[in-house]
Ligand binder design. Sequence first.
Ligand SMILES: [Zn+2]
Length: 187
Amino acid sequence: MARVADERVFIYRVDAQNRIGFVNRAWLDFAQENEAPELIAERVLGRELDAFIADWETRHLYEIIYERVRQAGRTFYLPLRCDSPTRRRYLRMEISPLPLAGMEFSVRVERMEERSPILLLDDSVEHSKEFVVICSWCKKIEIGAGRWAEIEDATEKAEIFGAAPPSLTHTACPDCLATIRRQLGDG
Ligand SMILES: [Zn+2]
């Protein structure tokens, strides 16, 4: 897979109630480039972070993370994938405490790899009413009870047959749960 680079740093800040008070230009540009044109400053500022997180489990994980950042008063680092249909994007998120229980999120693209388009991640095509489970953090797909596969491997078969891709439901896979717990120092 061809490597591509993105040197930008995406920054946003929240207050004690997790309301977004600041997003930088790079963050807004990134949202525009990723078919999220609704994410303009006027619609983002003042909203709670939860509004942008799809699933309960990930929201719950983030709540634990926020609590740790605020209690420990130090920066935490988390790995994260934010893919587009044609790119694997490996991000590194840095969450730092700010005065008055605020937090700053600083996200860098560690590396990106081009790939053939993954229809499952393409919101511009119609999706069927069937659902598959995707991990919000690493983008693996649950292919059976407790079994997870890389998204390219999991989707290859379905896309050969040209069927409409299924819809997605998000969660955190066991590996990512373990990684996040380790990063937070919870053992
Ligand atoms: Zn995962």
